[in-house]
Design a binder for this molecule. Sequence first.
Ligand code: SAM
Ligand code: DTB
Ligand code: SF4
Length: 317
Amino acid sequence: MTELRHDWTIDEADAIIARPFHDLLAAAHAVHRETFEAHVVEAAMLLSIKTGACPEDCAYCPQSSAWNTGLEPARLMPTTEIVEAAERAREAGATRFCMGAAWRSPNDRQVGEVAAAVRGVGELGMETCVTLGMLTADQAATLANAGLDYYNHNLDTSPEFYGEIITTRTYEDRIETLGHLRDAGIKLCTGGIVGMGETRRDRAGLLVQLARLDPHPESVPINLLVQVPGTPLFGTDELEPLELVRTIAAARLMMPRSVVRLSAGRSDMSDELQALCLHAGASSIFLGDQLLTTTNPGVDHDRALLEHLDTTFAPSA
Ligand code: SAM
Ligand code: DTB
Ligand code: SF4
């Protein structure tokens, strides 16, 4: 069993990503099989529970109030509606229900309302995940008391490139929230986005930040940038697709026991590219035809893809 390490350097990560393609994939797939059943994929489903009108200026995000993307903002959804959506997700085969809110950092009343939704979804027997922006230690404890399983809080890119993408918060702000979540005993879902014009060394820098966390995040989402008209990153040169595969393979080798999720951007990926990403060590996807505000392949498409790969969705927890 591969030893876990928390002292990775950027040069090491860069060298892993640069390894000859078939060597890199063979190594990553072998390490993947140490921990995961190669023909099983976890299915999560995502719901935007508060949409748009976000005060942050993330250059990739259609929900920022800084950009004109034509997105219709929506206030926080009532708990009953959230739980009904979770029931539909469970029927579609999802085992984890992820609730996203376009806040920079929620206030205590908002955290309390989301905690009630977490309780309601948890009672369905589904794993719960929320992503609400930055939290205080007390707010993390409130969510833990509601039985929250995972919190998504992405580092998104390297510290060096971060200022090109987001100026309304710092890298340190994100690391601080990850610390509060750890202290509250909530599992971490933290990863980032590739294809934003970053260098390979930036992608290595992101992976090093994630793999230096001790313990490693339980869940590492790798998003391919979804280019939304009106956002600053619309029109960015497309990432050479195999760079996504290499990044996932490196994440697998650096965080051998973390679940790597092939997250946003799958509507823009061929089935063959997705198959390579799953072979390289991704073992979780978002089900359904919508992520937060952008499209996703849809349940029928994903069931057919998995069938072609002799792969099944993980049974409910
Ligand atoms: N507002 C909270 C935050 O930023 O942490 C939670 C919601 S935010 C939309 C969740 C994540 O979605 C971001 O951290 C980012 O990695 C991802 N994301 C947002 N827009 C994206 C896009 N256009 N393409 C790919 N990933 C995106
Ligand atoms: C994550 O890393 N990606 C998901 C989930 N965690 C919250 C969100 C993707 C959002 C893609 C753009 C959109 O749909 O708004
Ligand atoms: Fe706001 Fe999150 Fe979008 Fe950034 S990624 S603009 S914080 S919703």
